[in-house]
Design a protein around this ligand. Sequence first.
Ligand SMILES: Nc1nc2c(ncn2[C@@H]2O[C@H](COP(=O)(O)OP(=O)(O)OP(=O)(O)O)[C@@H](O)[C@H]2O)c(=O)[nH]1
Length: 299
Amino acid sequence: MSEREHRSGFVTLIGRPNVGKSTLLNCLVGQKVAIISDKPQTTRHQIRSILTLPEAQVVFVDTPGVHKPRHLLGEYMVKAALETLKEVDLIIFILEAHRPFGPGDNYILERLREVKTPVIACLNKIDLIRKEQLLPLIDELRHKHQFVAIVPVSALTGENVDRLLTVIIENLPPGPQYYPPGTVSDQPERVVIAELIREKVFQLTREELPHGVAVMVEEMVPRTKDLLYIRAVVFAERESHKGILIGQGGQMLKKIGQLAREEIEALFGQRVYLDLWVKVKPNWRRNEAFLRQVGYTPE
Ligand SMILES: Nc1nc2c(ncn2[C@@H]2O[C@H](COP(=O)(O)OP(=O)(O)OP(=O)(O)O)[C@@H](O)[C@H]2O)c(=O)[nH]1
């Protein structure tokens, strides 16, 4: 096979919640599109980021954390993740270097054994361990599965991420550019905006509201030549949560809106008026019709 041959393919990142999938994706693609939070299971949408290089195009599909289903949303996430595994050209199984291989990792490994897709094991967070701890970890992994490669990285500092990218490209099939250069995500703008708002909610209300909000962008229209009007609703599960989201004298909602607006403006290069509302929707996570409406279903 000629070295110059263009390569392309779909690559999925999989790993327990909180292993650093979103951070790694952002590090590889170099633009903030996937939502990042230090709370587990914040990636509910399949977010595709696209890296276009002269020699290759890598289309990343970020999967939700695989875990045992606890409620309806959990089942969707697991189903979406497993479907993704079969369809892609390459899987990156992310593990944490500073935590022992646990039952959660094993559960994923069992799923990986059910598919024929090649797998790269990526040992993330190597900044949290000593160098001499690394080789035994790599050795342990080598005995667990026929990985096409085992690559240690730190998604936070960027250490060895270039090596990971090289290995990814080496393991992609020859193929065309699927998307025009310059495309970084094929998510609809409304989804990206809703994710950004949800990220701000997580950041500012982290202790009080672990998983209880959904965000829907209801309207998005240009008001003038350089002003985009966006109306979005933050759905809380309980009245008490609504109070937390609004805050004393509306201060919390104002702060969420301000931070989200600044990022949306930076992302779209346009002035934005963000009209943010809070509504209560009891048990929204078990409401199938609602989940579909806000886009939390597998494709
Ligand atoms: N020290 C260290 N922390 C990291 C590294 N990569 C990610 N993190 C942190 O780990 C936490 C989780 O990272 P995310 O990228 O949100 O993890 P995720 O796997 O996408 O999480 P889910 O969306 O919940 O599945 C964040 O606090 C990150 O800053 C790393 O290489 N080193």
